[in-house]
Design a protein around this ligand. Structure first.
Ligand code: MG
Length: 168
């Protein structure tokens, strides 16, 4: 059985912090503010994966009230999400995401991002799609106040559900 998931995330851009996106650091004077490393792309991907498996969201599993996650690598969190899905009996089939950012240019970094996401999930890079768009200078992304990311994924259930779905 194939299941679809969707994720969306936004973070503010702040001066003088590293820009971590898609698991790599981009050379840029502003970075994404967050209790973790602010990787808006990986956050959207994790929410898509968790959503596809009906396993909640990253706020549930990695709460910002837990000091353990302060400055935490989102790539490590992505690996943990991959393990959660594996334990629940799912394989990642494919991921597609679009990061919304006016600057910097994302395209030169896409192969490295796909490789990082692929490694973290143990899924082939041919299953991981990363795209980017500007907003033609409109809205918060266009004004370079922040970045957003949309992600969808499909996952495949390896076996039948072990427990019946509870009745409403
Ligand atoms: Mg986030």
């Amino acid at each position: 059985m194939v299941r679809i998931g969707f994720g969306y995330d936004v973070h503010q851009l702040k001066d003088g912090i590293p820009l971590i996106l898609g698991g790599i650091e981009l050379p840029w004077p502003k970075g994404l503010e967050s209790y973790t490393d602010g990787d808006v792309m990986l956050h959207a991907i994790m929410d898509a994966l968790l959503g596809a498996a009906c396993l909640g969201d990253i706020g549930l599993h990695f709460p910002d009230t837990d000091p353990k996650y302060k400055g935490y690598s989102s790539l490590s969190l992505l690996s943990e999400v991959g393990e959660m899905l594996d334990k629940a009996g799912y394989d990642v089939n494919n991921i597609d995401c679009t990061v919304v950012a006016q600057r910097p240019k994302i395209a030169p970094h896409i192969p490295a991002m796909r490789a990082k996401i692929s490694q973290a999930l143990g899924a082939g890079a041919d299953r991981i799609s990363v795209k980017a768009t500007t907003t033609e200078h409109m809205g918060f992304a266009g004004r370079e106040e922040g970045m957003a990311c949309y992600a969808v994924c499909t996952i495949i259930q390896r076996k039948a559900l072990s427990e019946p779905v509870p009745e409403a």
